[in-house]
Design a binder for this molecule. Sequence first.
Ligand code: SF4
Ligand code: SF4
Length: 194
Amino acid sequence: MPTATSPAEGYFRNIYDTIKSIAIGMRITLRYCFSKSVTIHYPFEKLAFAPRYRGIHEFEADKCIACDMCAKACPVDCIYIDKSAPRKIDKKTGKATGGELLRYAIDYQKCMFCALCTEPCPTDCIHMGKNHDLSSYTRQEMVVEFHEIDAQGLRTPVPLWMQRNAASIPWVAAEKERIEKGELATKEADIPAV
Ligand code: SF4
Ligand code: SF4
């Protein structure tokens, strides 16, 4: 049978419990104050990506035959493709010929970076890249028109934050230069497989 506690005992018990819970919380906080940090000062420091990281796509329009296989595999229907006539790969050049690729767009408001679009591609022209930050001010900017940026020689968009920080952060300048040269991201991971 529980013993009844007096009001005074209850009062001091509450004070004891409060001090004890604060002490436990402070002990955990102090322990983390002196442990090695797992966060980085982004964007001033470069993030290291895990093997098979899935970032914003990189697209080789000159190899795309507009077969719609990627769009059909996409679980959220966020790839939009249009062509003027059938396209096929020229075996001599390895490039697509035939009709014009009128549109290849991905809506990043819906994309969940699952990479299912990359697997069925018969010409291996759609890849998951290593950029992850496509912050923008409008919904329209979240729809990347890859056929339009291809006309500028790009495989992937140069995000707004990259344009703004390239002058002051060396690794951002190097990444922007790579994109502007139309080079694909390296397949190698920045950190070893676990
Ligand atoms: S990564 Fe997934 S969700 Fe995004 S476009 Fe490809 S298939 Fe669709
Ligand atoms: S699967 Fe490949 S070739 Fe076919 S439309 Fe998609 S990106 Fe182009």
